[in-house]
Ligand binder design. Structure first.
Ligand SMILES: [Fe+2]
Length: 212
């Protein structure tokens, strides 16, 4: 078992229960990492180099406005890898408990990104994550606070709020979770206190990660 698992507040069983909500609710939010674990991860995130996000992305008529700093494609080893290993272990155990497993196993992530939303940031407007991101999308907040919303469309209809706060995992359905093609619209707003988040995804187009 990965050492970082000592900082987890979930069990494979509670994680399986949360993931059982994904087909109908699109996302689930629950405390995942204790404050000591968040502190360790935050220290590792502070070592990464960030760049400003492109303010507007997407084709005409489907523009997405975004306002954050991002670090991705980093490969220096850190406690963030231990977190990833611990989470993958627990997700695989939960998938196994779910019967039938909602996705093929063993499951692992191959896309990681740290995001900083400065206080007063406009957040990100409604969008869906790319088609290539499958199974589950795991967004952990390490510090600060913001509103994370799941909604039905770009107009924010039927918005449901999840509070992104330290230690809380917002687990969102990726494509092909339990065979579901549809991907949830979501957005971030109301950044009341600079928020640092860490996201893990599985990109089906990337070659499998080399064995660790
Ligand atoms: Fe997204």
């Amino acid at each position: 078992m990965s050492d970082f698992a000592q900082h987890f507040l979930t069990s494979p069983h509670s994680l399986a229960q949360a993931m059982n909500l994904l087909p109908t609710e699109d996302a689930a939010a629950f405390p995942l990492v204790d404050s000591e674990g968040c502190k360790k991860m935050l220290a590792a995130v502070k070592e990464l180099s960030f760049r400003a996000s492109t303010p507007v992305v997407g084709p005409k008529g489907k523009e997405v406005e975004q306002d954050f700093q991002i670090a991705m494609n980093f490969d220096q080893p850190s406690v963030l890898d231990e977190y990833q290993t611990a989470l993958e272990e627990q997700i695989n155990q939960a998938f196994f408990l779910m019967q039938p497993s909602p996705y093929s196993q063993p499951f692992s992530f191959n896309d990681k990104a740290a995001l900083i939303y400065k206080e007063g940031s406009k957040g990100i407007t409604p969008h869906r994550d790319l088609l290539c991101f499958e199974a589950v999308i795991a967004i952990l907040t390490l510090s600060g606070e913001a509103g994370f919303y799941i909604c039905d469309d770009r107009e924010r209809n039927n918005a449901r709020k999840y509070t992104a706060e330290p230690g809380v995992m917002i687990l969102m359905r990726g494509r092909n979770f339990a065979g579901i093609e549809e991907r949830p619209y979501h957005y971030v707003e109301g950044v009341s206190k600079e928020r640092v988040g860490y996201g893990l995804r599985y990109n089906v187009k990337e070659p499998a990660e080399k064995a660790r």
